[in-house]
Design a protein. Structure first.
Length: 363
């Protein structure tokens, strides 16, 4: 079976990405603490969660958190959301000032809240506007601009190849294509034939996205499409080890699952970093979704979550979390083999206080 070498360097204009396996931007999920965790476990590139490009929102607390790249290793990327060229050009410059080396345009989010304001995947219905937005972004920054998008608005209007050629012609330096239409949202299965066609049509790197949830699936998608890499979204929720698994598969190596101690250490480290980043009051609420996903992956009873959510101090939460994991996870260096269960496409998150933005953010 063909090996792909997970450490192959991808050149995105003047920026080098040291590998083929990326973390997708997901609003309310891939914040700075979690990007660092995923990078530590094999993600060669991790795009900051999408941030609105409107000038009046740029200084809001939420936007400032999303523009925060402090201490993040290179290469650093930020994804912008919007439908006005001046806003996107200004936000691209601001993102570069914040340390972003790569600026990405979101044309892939299918959420009603996003599409109702002619942004995200709604832009696919207006190729001229997509061209205008990309031209504005490319001309505003010296670093590379990239595009994340879907195959089309619906099955009758597949225009991914046309958009790819147009994007390349105006200076876009990398494409990430989710193998579904806007109309599909996350229903059904992603298809990869359109990704293969896009890869054949352009000379810039093409990254495959959609339903890649294991090393074997990543290998299959790369073989089918000829893509330069894969971007992992939902499969990384509560499972930063997915990047190590995929890298091992691409290299032809045997994947060694994390030990019980390693799992506990990562979840504890993530929790501590999250609470530090958001502060005690917000952090105690916003960490719940991550803990919920970890517990779902580990097939732990939701009753434990209720117990955790009763903790009202960072130290109490962290101590209770470690205690539950030490008591309930199996012992042994290979104990985690086969334990990380897949999540449902829309996982049930008990007692999760979700913001409106977070309901739009998985693509």
């Amino acid at each position: 079976m063909e090996n792909f070498d997970s450490r192959t360097v991808l050149n995105v204009a003047n920026v080098e990405i040291p590998g083929r396996v990326f973390l997708a931007p997901m609003a309310g999920i891939t914040d700075l603490p979690y990007r660092r965790i995923c990078r530590a476990h094999g993600a060669a590139y991790a795009v900051a969660e999408m941030v609105a490009s409107q000038a009046q929102l740029r200084t809001s607390r939420k936007s400032q958190e999303r523009f925060n790249l402090k201490g993040e290793q290179a290469p650093r990327g930020i994804q912008l959301l919007g439908c006005f060229s001046q806003d996107l050009a200004d936000s691209a410059r601001y993102a570069a000032e914040c340390g972003a080396q790569i600026i990405d345009l979101n044309c892939g989010c299918p959420a009603k809240k996003v599409c109702s304001v002619a942004s995200g995947a709604a832009l696919l219905a207006n190729e001229d506007l997509v061209k205008e937005l990309l031209e504005a972004m490319v001309s505003s920054v010296s670093g590379p601009v990239t595009l994340k998008y879907r195959t089309g608005t619906d099955e009758a209007h597949i225009n991914a190849v046309r958009i790819a050629k147009m994007a390349e012609s105006v200076g876009v330096q990398m494409l990430t294509l989710h193998g579904r239409t806007r109309a599909q949202a996350f229903r059904g299965e992603a298809e990869y034939e359109t990704i293969r066609q896009v890869k054949q049509a352009v000379g810039i790197p093409v990254i495959a996205n959609g339903d890649i949830d294991s090393g074997a699936k990543a290998l299959q998608v790369l073989q089918e499409t000829g893509a330069d890499g894969v971007m992992i979204g939902r499969a990384a929720m509560g499972n930063p080890w997915i990047f190590e698994e995929i890298s091992a598969a691409l290299d032809g190596r045997r994947y060694v699952p994390p030990s019980k101690k390693a799992v506990i250490d990562v979840i504890a480290e993530h929790t501590e970093a999250h609470l530090s980043f958001y502060g005690s009051e917000r952090g105690l609420k916003t960490i719940r979704k991550h803990i919920s996903w970890y517990f779902k992956r580990l097939d732990l009873c939701t009753d434990y979550l209720k117990r955790l959510y009763e903790e009202n101090t960072p130290s109490g939460l962290q101590q209770a979390l470690v205690r539950i994991l030490e008591d309930e996870l199996p012992d042994g260096e290979s104990a985690m083999a086969g334990v990380l269960f897949p999540l449902e496409p829309k996982p049930h998150l008990p007692h999760h206080e979700e913001s409106k933005d977070e309901k739009t953010g998985v693509d």
